[in-house]
Design a protein around this ligand. Sequence first.
Ligand SMILES: CC(C)(COP(=O)(O)OP(=O)(O)OC[C@H]1O[C@@H](n2cnc3c(N)ncnc32)[C@H](O)[C@@H]1OP(=O)(O)O)[C@@H](O)C(=O)NCCC(=O)NCCS
Length: 129
Amino acid sequence: MTDPTHPREPILRVVPMPSDINSNGHIFGGWVLAQMDIAGGIVAGRVANGPVATVAIETMKFIAPILVRDLVSIYAQVARRGRTSVAISIDVVAERHGVADPIPLTSAIFTFVAIGEDARPRKLPTGTA
Ligand SMILES: CC(C)(COP(=O)(O)OP(=O)(O)OC[C@H]1O[C@@H](n2cnc3c(N)ncnc32)[C@H](O)[C@@H]1OP(=O)(O)O)[C@@H](O)C(=O)NCCC(=O)NCCS
């Protein structure tokens, strides 16, 4: 089985829809953030072996616009494990018709906290991804 925390394969591949376009004709930054949060949450949830909450997003820059019909790939891997938190390094690239190489779009570190049934921080289990 492929290691889910290693970025050889994207955690998500998604094609934005026309409803995700802003008035510039590009994809909303918030849409990209949502995809990153979903991908990071998948990896963090495996580490936590349960629910996680997003506690912080490192400063990020949008390098290039995303266009409708781009195939957007989200790579995510564990950058750091804490006591209750896990930092996930996330990279977003687009494949575009007529462009040979994937286009880097943005990168960021998302930090997630494992939470218990009381929605309070919970110690990360040992031996997870
Ligand atoms: C996530 C939440 C339960 C954490 O509770 P908290 O009282 O702030 O937690 P703590 O201060 O005990 O910190 C918990 C962990 O988060 C880390 N953390 C807290 N704030 C952080 C920040 N700004 N950046 C990075 N890590 C942070 C702490 O270092 C700690 O990690 P560690 O245990 O690995 O050392 C709480 O902040 C919360 O519910 N936030 C809202 C989450 C949410 O709804 N997210 C969706 C976006 S709307």
